[in-house]
Design a binder for this molecule. Structure first.
Ligand SMILES: Cc1ncc(COP(=O)(O)O)c(C=O)c1O
Length: 441
């Protein structure tokens, strides 16, 4: 959709919606409402919306629990005579419930099925990965992260350094943004590793930066890290379900993500983990272990010796929280039906349209911090206003009163995320109109 073909005004947005081949997917979601109107939700980068099927998926597991108790773990379980069957759908039982996520997750992150697993939450997975992939030695003990990393990643990494008896003031290297810009300084990255690479044990970077919305070229960053013998991991919280990802081919050692943003699996949902195949076979790799990562056939033998499963599954600790996994199953089915290619095509158009509307309606008053090249961003745009609203909190509250759900982050950044599964061009149009009116008020 070329910008030159776009018509201004609400009619232009409606015309774009009329051409949207994915428009029907919006009906698959429960949309937040307030005072009798549907809110304009542009906050999927923070918490995705509830797929209608997720409610049913959770209820299926609740019914199964009620009807079967402990027998619900097994595929062929039947309720006692006279009790209703929990569901007509075939069910593999809870013992292997997590296994159904391997195929759709592998598809989303560009990996082999044995390289991914749905488990825990993002920061927990990061610690598990660091336990394996951050093995400091006397000569190679530093970690390189971005200066503006999401707080939890920084806390995890600093605490790991301290856990190993290292001092973050000497063992933590930070990579900032390009001077005068908001995107990561690629040249500085190369220079830092050329200078310090032999002392760097691990590089940890985002797939899409949580604030600026910059999408990194994973293969390029990973190739540089590996050239200097450093392990590399990615935080894909803002990338999974948002942009195409080719993790296996990138050569990254590991990646972690959450499922409550673009994957719409609900607050605090079960996240995921990628471990490259070259490590998945290396069962002797040190790791923090638990029984769910133990050889499945021998799990209940209660042997003292831990024998890890092949692949990413071998990093599992506990039996998974089924009620938190069920919404993910419902949501991933929507991704399979829509297809990442079509979603990405719509996403690029929606975000381009958002940029066009912002620059048109707020010419000279808006600064877009996210790269302009669609290949270098996902769906969210981070914007600042000039002059900045005197009271950012009050500005955000007025936008919310106008029915727009977005979010503010320091320093004075508004993040707006049109999500292709449930947002319309009309939502983008309404949001920009509301921003303009609120700034003018
Ligand atoms: C980029 C990024 N990393 C890490 C986290 C923390 O995730 P969790 O609370 O699942 O550990 C978040 C949460 O929003 C995030 O956006």
């Amino acid at each position: 959709m070329a910008a030159t073909k776009w018509l201004p005004g609400a009619a232009g947005a409606r015309a774009l919606d009329a051409q949207d081949e994915l428009a029907d997917f919006r009906r698959e979601f429960e949309l937040p409402r307030e005072r009798g109107r549907t809110l304009t939700y542009l906050c999927g980068h923070s918490l995705g919306l509830l797929p209608r099927a997720a409610r049913r998926a959770v209820n299926t597991e609740i019914d199964r629990w009620a009807a079967l108790g402990v027998d619900g773990h097994f595929a062929d379980a039947r309720p006692p005579r006279g009790r209703p069957r929990p569901s007509r759908e075939p069910h593999g039982g809870w013992l292997d419930y997590h296994a159904q996520f391997a195929a759709p997750l592998a598809e989303l992150v560009g990996a082999y099925r044995d390289e991914v697993v749905a488990m825990n939450t993002l920061t927990v997975n990061l610690h598990l990965m660091l336990a394996t992939f951050f093995r400091p030695t006397k000569d190679r003990y530093k970690i390189l992260i971005e200066r503006d990393a999401f707080s939890s990643d920084r806390y995890a990494i600093e605490s790991q350094l301290k856990w190993h008896g290292l001092d973050p003031s000497t063992a933590l290297l930070e990579l900032g943004a390009r001077p005068g810009g908001f995107d990561l300084d690629r040249e500085r990255y190369e220079a830092l590793l050329a200078q310090e690479g032999e002392r760097v044990a691990l590089v940890m970077l985002p797939g899409v930066q949580y604030l600026s919305g910059e999408r990194l070229d994973l293969a390029e960053y990973a190739a540089t890290a590996r050239r200097y013998g450093c392990a590399i991991g990615f935080d894909l919280a803002h990338a999974i379900g948002n942009v195409p990802i080719a993790l296996h081919d990138s050569g990254a050692d590991f990646a972690v993500w959450c499922s409550y943003k673009y994957l719409n699996a609900g607050p605090g949902a079960v996240g995921g983990c990628f471990v490259h195949r070259r490590h998945g076979e290396a069962r002797e790799l040190p790791r923090l272990a638990g029984w769910w990562g133990h050889d499945r056939a021998r799990r209940f033998l209660m042997e003292p010796q831990h024998s890890p499963l092949r692949g990413a599954e071998g990093w599992q600790l506990s039996n998974p929280p089924i009620l938190s996994l069920a919404p993910l199953a419902a949501s991933l089915a929507l991704f399979s039906a829509a297809g990442m290619k079509r979603l990405r095509r719509k996403s690029v158009a929606l975000t381009r349209y958002l940029q066009w509307q912002l620059e048109r309606e707020l010419a000279g008053r808006v600064r877009i911090l996210t790269p302009a090249d669609p290949a270098r961003r996902g769906c969210h745009l981070a914007v600042q206003f000039q002059p900045a609203p005197r009271n950012a909190r009050a500005f955000a509250a007025r936008l919310r009163t106008a029915g727009i759900v977005a979010d503010w982050r320091r320093p004075n950044v508004l993040r707006l995320a049109p999500v292709p599964l449930y947002n319309r061009f009309r939502d983008v149009y309404a949001a920009v109109q509301a921003v303009r009116r609120t700034l003018d008020a």
